[in-house]
Design a protein around this ligand. Structure first.
Ligand SMILES: [Zn+2]
Length: 154
């Protein structure tokens, strides 16, 4: 049970404060007139918690960007259709040749930002939006995903 005013826990008192009947701690009860002692209302507290949980917006599915499955092939084909080798292509998009090699060979998954840059240059679609639940979104959104992690996962 927590105080309606300051949120502290402990024994609660029913008090009329500025016309409203509130459940408050002994300290906050001094803001108004104490009209009684609040009996254990565990059930009410629990249901309040549950309502808060339900309203948690992070639980709603949200749209996140995801690489298309065949991005390696799409990048290679797109690059070849422009008559560029990996080195020249890397230069055009201001990236290292090794990055292009690793992406096209599937050894490195580009970040969404890099993928979008490549997609813009090659005029292809490499990123698609999809909806995910909160749990998965949290994992997908991790920005600390390194090349090392990716290899470990494979
Ligand atoms: Zn209080």
């Amino acid at each position: 049970m927590t105080c309606d005013i300051c949120g502290s826990e402990g024994k609660m008192y029913k008090a009329r404060i500025e016309g409203a009947e509130l459940k408050v701690c002994i300290e906050c009860s001094s803001f108004g007139k104490v009209i009684g002692i609040v009996a254990s209302q565990k059930d009410e507290a629990e249901s309040n918690k549950f309502r808060k949980f339900e309203g948690f917006e992070g639980l709603k599915p949200e749209k996140i960007d995801k690489l298309v499955d065949d991005y390696t092939e799409k990048i290679r084909k797109g690059r070849e259709s422009l008559g560029l080798n990996q080195k020249d292509f890397a230069k055009k998009i201001n990236e290292k040749e090794s990055l292009i090699q690793n992406i096209e060979s599937g050894h490195y998954e580009p970040t969404i930002g890099t993928a979008k840059k490549i997609a813009r240059f090659l005029k292809i679609k490499l990123v698609e939006e999809y909806e995910e639940s909160y749990e998965k979104t949290k994992q997908q959104k991790s920005d600390t995903f390194t090349i090392g992690d990716f290899i470990k996962l494979k």
